[in-house]
Write a protein that binds this ligand. Sequence first.
Ligand SMILES: NC(=O)c1ccc[n+]([C@@H]2O[C@H](COP(=O)([O-])OP(=O)(O)OC[C@H]3O[C@@H](n4cnc5c(N)ncnc54)[C@H](O)[C@@H]3O)[C@@H](O)[C@H]2O)c1
Length: 207
Amino acid sequence: MSQRPDDRFIKLSTEDNPLTSVLPRSSKPPRERAIERFSISGNAIVTGGAGDLGLEAARAMLEHGAQGLCLFDIATRFEASRSAIQGLRNEFPSSQITEEIVDVTKEDEVDRAVDRVAQQLGGVHVLLCFAGIARGGKAVEMDHLRTMTVEEMQEYDKLLDEPDWDIYYWATNKRTPPERWADSPLLEKLRVHARNEGKVVRKMPPL
Ligand SMILES: NC(=O)c1ccc[n+]([C@@H]2O[C@H](COP(=O)([O-])OP(=O)(O)OC[C@H]3O[C@@H](n4cnc5c(N)ncnc54)[C@H](O)[C@@H]3O)[C@@H](O)[C@H]2O)c1
């Protein structure tokens, strides 16, 4: 039996999936078809939504037609991003942009917040996850980076291979580090940095 050309390929999507289905041919001009192809409908949750990538992704969702958007983030970051979020609201007045203070490491907080958003916006259709700790920013900001020896740099590199949240808890003295890091002078430097005794205002360096 002869093989139809399409049977040679694995199909990752089906025709009834609105995200990937082929657009029906129409007499519309290409520009209009392109807009239709990349248009978004429905509501989205963006975790880390008050952060750099989260806000940029939120803007993209709104530009492409999202009707509702809820940003999940921690309180201090919302404060720091207040004017950027207001800017989005001014620019997209017909979209609903809400905020939820949520620590995404706490499952019950996430569950409750998702339920609230689903009620408020009338459903959630897209989830974008940007909550996290931007490693590059922290490394560049480390007070000692420019004066560290090659060995210290290698030790630092090894430390950064540990899960981000573990490093965070060890550096902020919220959890005891495992034996391999217990006496690390480097982790101690990181702890001093995390205490920020000089109360320096820190932010991601420009990318
Ligand atoms: N920016 C880059 O070039 C880049 C490259 C690769 C990976 N990443 C990763 O992408 C993610 C976003 O990067 P970014 O540049 O937007 O960083 P960012 O620091 O600007 O944003 C991260 C956001 O996540 C939030 N967040 C952290 N922990 C949270 C928690 N427990 N609950 C809720 N919110 C929390 C922070 O408050 C912040 O607003 C990070 O995980 C980062 O490591 C970024």
